[in-house]
Ligand binder design. Structure first.
Ligand code: GLN
Length: 535
């Protein structure tokens, strides 16, 4: 029988609930359990695809083309649990399903209500991965206990545990123990109150994980246990990690978080297999050398906006055993005149994906600097399109070359819409999305990095390299190194006589893992390390 763990958050948002859930998943897998992880998001958007990264962070794309919450990226980086669009359910999706059923007459004239119809729909999603090949399902709830939006989810979770029995399902609550600098104290009251909110609606957390800047005394843990009605041995702390988030699962394991859940749910207690992860952390903590990577983007103030990109750069660092210093540079502030000063000393430049015109010319200047100064360059999605525009304008002499996304009347639309995108009106779920094949061309940087001929990479964009310019640009030294064999679309571009200048129309950052860096991120950081050594 599949067991269930519900992860909720209390006191404040941004405690790292997604990360903690991913770590728990990874630890349970290390104990030989077959895990699935899903996230429930209480907003009314049907999926994350229409949300601004500035408000909500990156949109993570699953292999089947789901546009999901960035926490799924944590799940995929930490675990081997299969992920799909089904693993992210929003209030919008739940209501959409219920209303569709109502329109079909499925409720036989009944009055359709939050309880039981919405809660039943939520419960059916909780159960969606149950089966003989799944030992445990982790369901994370977005938001904070007490939010109006979360109420129907918490009620569904409560009912689920009531119906399935407390031996088969349990609650983990992630909370904050704030440190008051003025009085030099850690405070437990917000945690007591947040657990109080859950208990009021009939949910008794089994495990508490307390985020804190400072370590708690045993006395404090005992007090939290007593007032929150949680067993003392099930009160854990999660301190800020010193070097990297990849240390976190080991810190939770040392305290026995995985043991607690295994014991609480009566699962078989196999020894933890963590050698690979320990090696990884050792490499992060003991780097030999460093690289300086400039990420030239639009949302540089917000780390979550390019979450998977930053993580993948870190993975490239781990694979090359170097420390990566990331310099976040606002694209809007760069131009041809100041690029040299702004990018001085960096050993690699990356332009991530993006939409909209703001900062485009700055990105083009950064790419020009990388091309002319032989600085390793890696362009992701929009970052590839920018590289093609820069090449068209400054090498091929196509004055005014642009993407038709930004200039409708450019004389040279080197990046353009395909016919099937031209008439699209709905914004949600209508881009070129998800895993697609890419065939690599012999003798190129990409082919060498991957070491195979055919790869699958995830997409999320509307615009494409314009094949009408393929010959002309190739004649000037642009190398098409990856092609979609079914649609004959350019997926990877490089340039001649450069140590590493690669643009990809897809998003390799969605497939990189700390223990298995994406080949192109590995090769990019390797090139950056070579440049550093030569400086
Ligand atoms: N705006 C570009 C397009 O839609 C690039 C998208 C992206 O970088 N994800 O094609």
């Amino acid at each position: 029988m599949t067991k269930h763990v519900f992860v909720t958050g209390g006191v404040v948002s941004s405690l790292g609930k997604g990360l903690t859930t991913a770590c728990i998943g990874m630890l349970l897998e290390s104990r030989g359990l077959r895990v699935r992880i899903q996230k429930f998001d209480p907003y009314i958007n049907v999926d994350a695809g229409t949300m601004n990264p500035f408000q909500h962070g990156e949109v993570y794309v699953t292999q089947d083309g789901g546009e999901t919450d960035l926490d799924l990226g944590h799940y995929e980086r930490f675990t081997n649990a299969p992920l799909s669009r089904q693993c992210n359910t929003t209030t919008g999706r739940i209501y959409h399903n219920v209303i569709t059923k109502e329109r079909r007459g499925a409720y036989l004239g009944g009055c359709v209500q939050v309880v039981p119809h919405i809660t039943n729909e939520i419960k059916s999603h909780i159960r969606q991965f149950d089966g003989p090949d799944v030992d445990i399902v982790l369901s994370e709830l977005g938001g904070t206990a007490g939010d109006i939006e979360s109420a129907s989810y918490l009620e569904a979770f409560r009912q689920f545990v009531y119906e399935h029995g407390r031996d088969n399902a349990c609650f983990v609550h992630l909370t904050l123990i704030p440190y008051l600098r003025a009085s030099g104290e850690l405070k437990t009251k917000p945690t007591q109150q947040s657990v109080g909110i859950l208990r009021q609606i009939g949910i008794q957390p089994d495990v508490l994980i307390c985020r804190s800047e400072k370590s708690m005394t045993q006395e404090m843990r005992d007090k939290i246990a007593l007032f929150c009605n949680v067993e003392k041995k099930y009160v854990f702390e999660e301190l800020d990690v010193e070097h990297s988030i990849y240390e976190l699962p080991l810190l939770l394991h040392q305290q026995g978080v995985d043991d607690a859940l295994i014991e609480r749910l009566g699962l078989p207690k196999k020894p933890a297999q963590l050698e690979e992860w320990q090696k990884l952390v050792h490499s992060v903590v003991n780097p030999k050398g460093s690289v300086d990577i400039a990420v030239v983007g639009k949302y540089i103030e917000l780390k979550d906006a390019y979450k998977s990109v930053y993580e993948s750069i870190a993975h490239g660092g781990i694979a090359n055993n170097v420390e990566v210093n990331i310099h976040r540079i606002a694209a809007e502030e760069i131009n041809d005149q100041n690029a040299g000063a702004k990018l001085r000393g960096v050993t690699g430049i990356l332009v991530p994906g993006g939409f909209g015109e703001r900062g485009i010319e700055g990105k083009i200047s950064a790419v020009r600097f990388a091309r002319e100064n032989r600085v390793p360059y890696f362009g992701l999605c929009l970052g590839m399109q920018i590289a093609v525009i820069e090449f068209a304008r400054n090498v091929a002499g196509l004055k005014g070359a642009h993407s038709s996304e930004f200039s409708k009347d450019t004389p040279h639309p080197v990046i353009t819409l395909l016919k099937d995108q031209a008439n699209v009106r709905d914004m949600g779920g209508t881009m070129r999305l998800g895993s697609q094949p890419c065939k690599l061309v012999e003798g190129t940087i990409a082919r060498k990095a991957y070491g195979v001929e055919l790869v699958q990479e995830r997409h999320r964009h509307r615009y494409e390299f314009n094949n009408a310019y393929r010959e002309q640009l190739s004649a000037k030294g642009l190398i098409v190194s990856g092609i979609n064999p079914d649609l004959d679309l350019v997926e990877i571009s490089e340039i001649k006589d450069h140590p590493f200048f690669v643009g990809v129309q897809f998003h390799p950052e969605f497939q990189s893992k700390p223990i298995k860096a994406h080949p192109l991120f590995r090769a990019f950081i390797e090139a950056a390390a070579k440049r550093k050594a030569a400086l």
